[in-house]
Design a protein. Structure first.
Length: 165
């Protein structure tokens, strides 16, 4: 193959890669935004009465400028106390479309991962991974999130052990 032909093939290959990357960026922004809206809907009643206070902050580290402009870190303050952080880390993740680190502020070393997985063609779903082990994952939904939040509240505040008069 001649140099001219190689360059033409390389240009075509990179054009296709660039188009896919642009579509992946759009998909990631859409899916993270949708997840944040879902979380706000799951806890709408608790947000309205002030028991959960959502807040948003700029990303500190981004792969692509579009992420800095269109995504943010979501924080959920629980009962005026502990703060749960959802921090999107990006789309260059082996075995997943993208990843969000989920942790209790001050305990980042104990983070879990929310992975956006394509289990069926063009069907993405969020999964909660407590580790890289296959058996330590579950679909991410209101129930699994509440269970995790309960664990973290118990760990930090021992609410369930307090006696009320």
């Amino acid at each position: 193959m001649e140099f001219k032909e190689k360059l033409a093939k390389l240009a075509e290959k990179n054009k296709t890669h660039f188009q896919k990357l642009e579509q992946d960026k759009i998909t990631w922004i859409r899916e993270v935004t949708k997840l944040y809206k879902d979380i706000e809907n799951w806890f709408k009643e608790l947000i309205e009465c002030g028991h959960i206070v959502p807040d948003y902050y700029s990303l500190q580290h981004v792969e692509y400028e579009e992420f800095f402009e269109n995504l943010s870190i979501m924080e959920l303050r629980l009962g005026g106390g502990p703060c749960v952080v959802l921090e999107p880390t990006g789309i260059n993740i082996i075995g997943a479309f993208g990843k969000i680190d989920l942790y209790l502020r001050g305990h980042k070393e104990e983070k879990v991962m929310l992975l956006l997985i394509e289990r069926q063609k063009n069907k993405l779903q969020w999964e909660l991974w407590r580790s890289n082990k296959k058996h330590d994952k579950s679909p991410f939904n209101k129930d699994t999130f509440e269970k995790l939040l309960n664990e973290w509240i118990d760990k930090t505040d021992n609410i369930s052990e307090e006696q009320t008069d």
